[in-house]
Design a protein. Structure first.
Ligand SMILES: Nc1ncnc2c1ncn2[C@@H]1O[C@H](COP(=O)(O)OP(=O)(O)O)[C@@H](O)[C@H]1O
Ligand SMILES: [Mg+2]
Length: 242
C-alpha cells in the first residue's frame, strides 16, 4: 500500500523541504521506493536538497502541459526519485491532470512526499489534495506555532478527512531551558495537532541536506527522521526527544 504525505507549514523556513529530504532518505534506507514532488511553484528547492539540480531540465508543469514526456521530468537515483516544481507561478496547468499524475505516482511508488510552499497558495492545495496525511511543520516558538495553527485550521476546513500531524523541527534544548523556545507540550497546545515527532536543531543539517547529501546515519536528526518515517508506516515507535 502506498503512502502519500504532504509537508506543510504556515511560515516559510519551518523546515518543510529539509524534512521532505530527510524523510525521503529515511524511507529509502528502509528499502522503500520514494518519489518527492516539489509543490513550491516558483520557489523550488528539493532538486538542490536531494542532489538532482545538475540533471534538472523539465518539471511536472512541463509534463502537465505536454511539453515533455513523464520520463524526461523524472529524476531518479536508486530508489529515490524527484519531480521538480515549475519555476514560474504564472505557468498554467490543469489541476485535474495533476491529480491524475499523483494517482499514477501512488500506483508506482511506495511513498510520495509532497513538499508544499509556505502559506496557502496553489501548491498547498495541490499537495494537501493529493495526500493521505499532512505533516504540519513548526519550530518550537510562538510565531511559527501560531502560523502552524492557522495551517491546521485551513486543513481541517478544506480537507476535513485529512489527518494533520505536528512535526516539531529545530528543537534546541538549551533554548527551551532558557525560556527562549516553547517546550514540546506548549508547542502542541499552540498548534493544536497530534505530535508525530521532534527533529533536533543540528549544524550537520546545513552541512549535508542543504548541500544535496543525506545526513550521516548516526546523526540524531537522521534517527529522528527515521522514527517519523516508521510511525508514518504505522509502526509503534516511542517518542524520543534528542
Ligand atoms: N533541524 C534543523 N537543524 C538545523 N537547520 C535546519 C533544520 N531544519 C531546517 N534547517 C535549516 O532551515 C532553513 C530553512 O529550511 P527549509 O527546509 O528550506 O524550510 P521551508 O521549506 O519550510 O521553507 C534551511 O537553511 C535549513 O538548512
Ligand atoms: Mg521549502
Amino acid at each position: 500500500m502506498s503512502l502519500s504525505v504532504a509537508l506543510v507549514s504556515g511560515k516559510g523556513g519551518a523546515g518543510k523541504s529539509t524534512a521532505s529530504a530527510g524523510l525521503a532518505h529515511a524511507f529509502v534506507s528502509m528499502g522503500k521506493r520514494v518519489i518527492a514532488v516539489d509543490c513550491d511553484i516558483g520557489l523550488r528547492s528539493l532538486d538542490l536538497l536531494l542532489g538532482f539540480s545538475r540533471d534538472l531540465v523539465f518539471t511536472w508543469g512541463d509534463v502537465l502541459r505536454n511539453c515533455c514526456k513523464f520520463s524526461q521530468a523524472l529524476l531518479t537515483r536508486g530508489n529515490l526519485s524527484l519531480l521538480a516544481a515549475p519555476l514560474f507561478p504564472t505557468e498554467a496547468f490543469d489541476t485535474v491532470v495533476f491529480e491524475l499524475l499523483m494517482r499514477r505516482l501512488r500506483e508506482e511508488w511506495d511513498v510520495v512526499l509532497l513538499d508544499a510552499p509556505a502559506g496557502f497558495p496553489t501548491g498547498f492545495s495541490l499537495a494537501a489534495g493529493a495526500a493521505d496525511t499532512a505533516l504540519v511543520l513548526s519550530q518550537p516558538e510562538a510565531v511559527s506555532a501560531r502560523a502552524a495553527a492557522s495551517c491546521v485550521r485551513e486543513l481541517h476546513g478544506a480537507y476535513p478527512e485529512l489527518p494533520a500531524r505536528l512535526l516539531v523541527n529545530r528543537l534546541y534544548k538549551r533554548r527551551v531551558q532558557g525560556g527562549v523556545f516553547l517546550n514540546i507540550d506548549e508547542t502542541i497546545d499552540a498548534v493544536g495537532a497530534q505530535l508525530i515527532g521532534v527533529i533536533p536543531e543540528e549544524p550537520v543539517v546545513a552541512d549535508t541536506i542543504s548541500r544535496g547529501q543525506p545526513l550521516p546515519d548516526d546523526a540524531p536528526a537522521a534517527q529522528a527522521f527515521l522514527r517519523v518515517a516508521q510511525r508514518l508506516l504505522g509502526e509503534n515507535i516511542l517518542l524520543k526527544v534528542d
